[in-house]
Design a binder for this molecule. Structure first.
Ligand code: MG
Ligand code: MG
Length: 260
């Protein structure tokens, strides 16, 4: 069941999503060698609560923290820990917040210090593919048009697309219908209409598309242990076109010319 949102609901969703965007900007300030992923989690939780919101992931399906933090070969859903970031790591940070009953959801993959050029290239393509997908989120197109655009963009550049996890509708629940896969056929899937709010979130691997789930019950990593990247925006289809409710501008302000 797809719940299309009213203008008023879209503005409430924008508020929650901008809190997530600013939280990721706060976290970005702390990304450097030696900082533990639990510290990043604490920064995020404090900031979200300071905005009169609550962390969206904490306790959801039993997840223990505010952020999902996934290092290098970990794709998504990593649990914050005492692991200290190391020079050359990539760190995917996924953040959710709930404000006035509505969810925000966004993710970004950061470089820790100097990262190998081929890994940076993976991040760049993954981020670009997110915007390629967003361009297809227009009234009258289908979800498969978004999926196919992301898949083609990444596979043409030699990368592979994770199949097990997808984007999703966003509203009063973090995960609503429809599923938004990062692979698929043009012209298939649900019709895109005004009022549709979805998270588009390519999860792209440098090696094979295969993933495994770790024994912690959460962390998803590449089977071949090659790096994986994840970028996510929540968008609303508004006046026929995609309106990005989240923003990477707070992150990019912090990263400056080190931005991917
Ligand atoms: Mg997310
Ligand atoms: Mg999501």
């Amino acid at each position: 069941m797809i719940y299309l949102k009213t203008e008023e609901q879209i503005e409430l969703l924008r508020e929650a999503n901008l809190i997530v965007a600013r939280t990721l900007g706060e976290v970005a300030k702390w990304i450097k060698p030696g900082v533990t992923t639990l510290k990043l989690d604490q920064i995020a939780e404090e900031y979200i609560r300071s905005q009169g919101a609550v962390p969206g992931f904490l306790g959801l399906y039993g997840f223990p923290n505010t952020l999902c933090i996934s290092i290098n070969e970990n794709v998504v859903h990593g649990i914050p820990s005492n692991y200290a970031l190391e020079e050359g790591d990539i760190v995917s940070i996924d953040c959710g917040a709930v404000k006035d009953g509505y969810n925000g959801d966004s993710a970004y993959t950061f470089c820790v210090g100097e990262v190998a050029p081929e890994v940076k290239a993976l991040l760049k393509t993954t981020k670009e593919s997110l915007y390629v997908g967003i361009e297809k989120a227009e009234e009258g197109k289908r979800i498969g048009d978004i999926s196919n655009a992301i898949q083609e963009y990444c596979e043409k550049r030699g990368y592979s697309v994770v199949r097990e996890l997808t984007g999703h509708g966003v509203g009063k629940k973090l995960h609503e219908d429809p599923e938004v896969p990062n692979y698929g056929r043009r012209g298939t899937g649900p019709l895109i209409k005004n009022g549709l709010v979805i998270a588009i979130e390519p999860m792209i691997n440098m090696g094979s598309k295969n993933v495994v789930f770790e024994r912690d019950g959460w962390t998803c990593r590449t089977r071949d242990r090659k790096p994986s990247a994840h970028f996510e925006h929540t968008i609303a289809v508004h006046n026929g076109k995609a309106d990005i409710l989240t923003s990477f501008s707070y992150i990019e302000e912090v990263l400056g010319d080190k931005s991917i």
